[in-house]
Design a protein around this ligand. Sequence first.
Ligand code: SF4
Length: 220
Amino acid sequence: MVKISKFKNHPLISEVKIVENRNNFPISWLNKQGYCEYSLFLENFKKIDIAPTKEMIKGQQEHASLESKFKEDAEPATFKDMMEISKETEIFSREFYVLSVKYGIRGLIDEIWMTPDEFIIIDDKPATIPYYSNINQVYGYCLAFKDMINDDRTIKAALRERGTDNIYWIDQFDNRAEKFIIDLIDHMHKLIIGEEPFKPTRNSNKCRKCRFINFCEFRL
Ligand code: SF4
């Protein structure tokens, strides 16, 4: 694994790092891209600084509370240990850091279940509708995780209602899903280097809830 101290800052975009000479963006951008690509441009390229919404703050608080609850009973283990132990028994981990130099992505998986047969990668969300933007994000985690391991256990992607045990969407991260997300990540890298334009949404419902609405020339 590349040490974080080896990351270089991108000259223009603070959330993009340069890892082994390749741009590397946060996997959470795949979610934002699915909502509206142009909001990514306003936030990161035009650097419009808007306070987080109430929902975002609530999400961060719930996240922190789940994390501290988990830490009360958690036993620290290395990645290598976890991979070995999970061949025999089920274990789980929270806030699991993934980095793929090859695909230029990185992020924190909310929760991962490792069993002798499969890995289940879970992203917690406030709603119970499997929006494709959320699915793309969890596929991004699956891809980065797959790139880090040398193991042929099945990988599944799952969405769970935050603060509950309700997994409301789960699917195998198969070849079709892998190809789809690799293509989307390639597109994201083209946006970053200016080879493709950021497209605004055509859905006025999204604009109405968008925190950049007052700064966006494409708002509907
Ligand atoms: S106002 Fe609409 S088009 Fe503009 S960034 Fe927000 S969601 Fe996208």
